[in-house]
Design a protein. Structure first.
Length: 94
């Protein structure tokens, strides 16, 4: 299993304000695949450099996880289809 970092930018008007709700969103994105979530860090609401989907602000969440390369496509698909997610970035850590 490799280590990955997932940065999520959520819509500011979403009802996901507490860390518990953010962790449940991440677990929902991950689904039932074999992925170990190490840490979920909320970076808070920040102003975006440019509007994304007519939003000027976003709630940033940093997730550190371990997964096999076969399960990464599942995470990316769920992040793309997530209604509260306006942008995501998934990178492999060395």
């Amino acid at each position: 299993m490799r280590s990955y970092e997932l940065m999520l930018v959520l819509a500011p008007d979403s009802a996901i304000d507490s860390l518990e709700k953010q962790e449940s969103l991440v677990k929902k994105l991950v689904g039932d695949v074999d992925i170990h979530i190490q840490e979920v860090t909320s970076l808070g609401k920040k102003q975006l450099a440019y509007p994304i989907q007519k939003h000027k602000d976003g709630i940033y969440i940093l997730v550190q996880l371990e997964a096999s390369s076969l399960n990464i496509s599942v995470i990316e698909k769920q992040a793309r289809l997530g209604t509260d997610v306006i942008r995501y970035l998934l990178i492999a850590k060395n």
